[in-house]
Design a protein around this ligand. Structure first.
Ligand code: 0O2
Ligand code: 0O2
Length: 273
């Protein structure tokens, strides 16, 4: 078998694991949002390490080729971004609760309390993750990096500079990066202090947009089920409330519209009751 084919088949379960883990964390975020609750997860990304980076890291760490999948922990990488520092530990607890169920924690690294010399901050959890393949179950290692948006901003930029300078970043730039990491940490602290205000504003926005979605969906059902006159009337009232009404007015209107509809047809939170 040639090298390229070999890598492709080795990396296939990693790709599947990344897709699955991403879906699972996005589902947690969506559940919170659908329930009009604050989600400690802002967004999730994931990637399988590039073959060139695997080879380069194996060389740097003296890992023999036949030991790469056992010793390299971040071939599958998931990043979970949070708005605030305390969200990171909420996500860590969510992950710990799943330990022994759909994933197995190998170890954790707290690069937040114990940040790196470079200034790097993130919480890492190395897991074993079982993947069901066409050829049976395969357990792979994956790295979960949990960080705030500010930590992610810094790490993304610093990583690209490291790539450009191949680890030999000029002293002056390195010093600035350390200062920038401290500024990002300060930003996280400041935002943490006003998080209640921010979260309440975001929840109010989310609640309003969910109510508006339910109203417009249900008005459409009303018109499709032949109640055109009522649908137009409700639409006009909605337009007036939109101009000058409150969230309570929107909720009252939604309640009234629902009374006009047969129960099984009411749409709420995007689902049929
Ligand atoms: P949503 O619901 O918009 O968040 P794929 O390429 O299909 O394997 P995916 O998830 O589409 O996978 O791409 P990737 O690159 O793994 O993740 C990108 C996701 O992160 C996208 O969300 C982006 O919208 C989201 N993202 C990236 N940067 C930011 C950011 O600064 N803020 C926020 N809120 N989200 C960001 P999705 O998956 O399209 O779904
Ligand atoms: P990628 O895919 O390019 O991100 P190491 O030997 O230090 O490279 P180790 O010991 O396996 O890595 O684990 P460590 O130190 O916990 O780092 C693993 C990953 O954390 C790195 O993956 C980075 O994604 C991130 N990371 C760690 N330190 C830094 C840092 O100083 N700056 C930035 N931007 N990211 C960091 P890789 O190997 O870089 O792969």
């Amino acid at each position: 078998m040639n090298k390229i084919r070999e890598w492709k088949s080795v990396l296939l379960p990693y790709d599947q694991a990344v897709q699955e883990i991403k879906i699972k964390f996005k589902a947690i975020r969506n559940e919170y949002r659908e329930m009009n609750e604050y989600s400690p997860i802002e967004f999730v990304t994931g990637r399988v390490k590039k073959i060139s980076s695997i080879i380069e890291k194996a060389k740097r760490r003296d890992i023999p080729e036949n030991m790469i999948t056992e010793l390299m922990e971040d071939i599958a990488g998931i990043r979970i971004m949070c708005q605030f520092k305390d969200d990171i530990y909420k996500v860590v607890n969510l992950i710990r609760k799943r330990d022994g169920k759909d994933l197995f924690i190998v170890y954790e690294k707290d690069y937040i309390n114990d940040y790196k010399e470079s200034g790097y901050r993130s919480y890492h959890i190395i897991i074993k993750y079982p993947v069901q393949t066409a050829f049976g179950e395969k357990e792979i290692l994956a790295e979960l990096q949990i960080r705030t948006l500010a930590m992610n901003f810094w790490a993304t930029i610093e990583h690209s500079l490291k790539y450009k300078y191949k680890e030999n970043i000029p002293d002056e730039i390195e010093a600035r990066l350390i200062r920038a990491a401290e500024a990002a940490a300060l930003l996280d602290e400041e935002m943490y202090e006003i998080r209640k205000e921010i979260i309440n504003a975001q929840l109010a926005f989310e609640e309003k947009s969910n109510t508006v979605r339910d109203i417009t969906d249900n008005i459409q059902i009303l018109s499709l089920s032949g109640n055109m006159k009522e649908a137009i009337e409700f639409q006009n009232r909605f337009d007036r409330i939109w101009e000058s009404g409150t969230q309570d007015d929107l909720i009252d209107l939604l309640g009234e519209i629902k009374e006009y509809l047969p129960r099984y047809k009411i749409l709420e939170n995007g689902h049929k009751e």
